[in-house]
Write a protein that binds this ligand. Structure first.
Ligand SMILES: [Zn+2]
Length: 85
């Protein structure tokens, strides 16, 4: 089961970012680099603040893992705003 990153819209997180059991998943989004439970709880970033920072940086692929073929940060981000409407 894949989960969507609430920061950048990346659709394939392995874990729910905020599990029902509390805290964060500690998974790092390979797209925007947000780590749930650390970037938010420990470092104090909101999703919006991290997203703004990532956009200002040019929406780079964050992970050492290979970037998916045809990855399109803007299109991915657009799926997130559609999901929220
Ligand atoms: Zn992300």
């Amino acid at each position: 089961m894949n989960h969507q990153c609430p920061v950048c819209g990346y659709p394939k997180l392995a874990e729910p970012p905020r599990p029902k059991t509390g805290g964060g998943s500690y998974e790092i989004c390979p797209s925007c680099g947000f780590q749930f439970g650390v970037s938010d709880d420990d470092q104090g970033f909101t999703y919006e603040a991290w997203r703004a920072k990532w956009r200002r940086a040019g929406m780079p692929w964050s992970s050492q893992q290979e970037r998916p073929r045809g990855w399109d940060a803007a299109a991915q981000l657009a799926t997130l705003s559609r999901a929220k409407e």
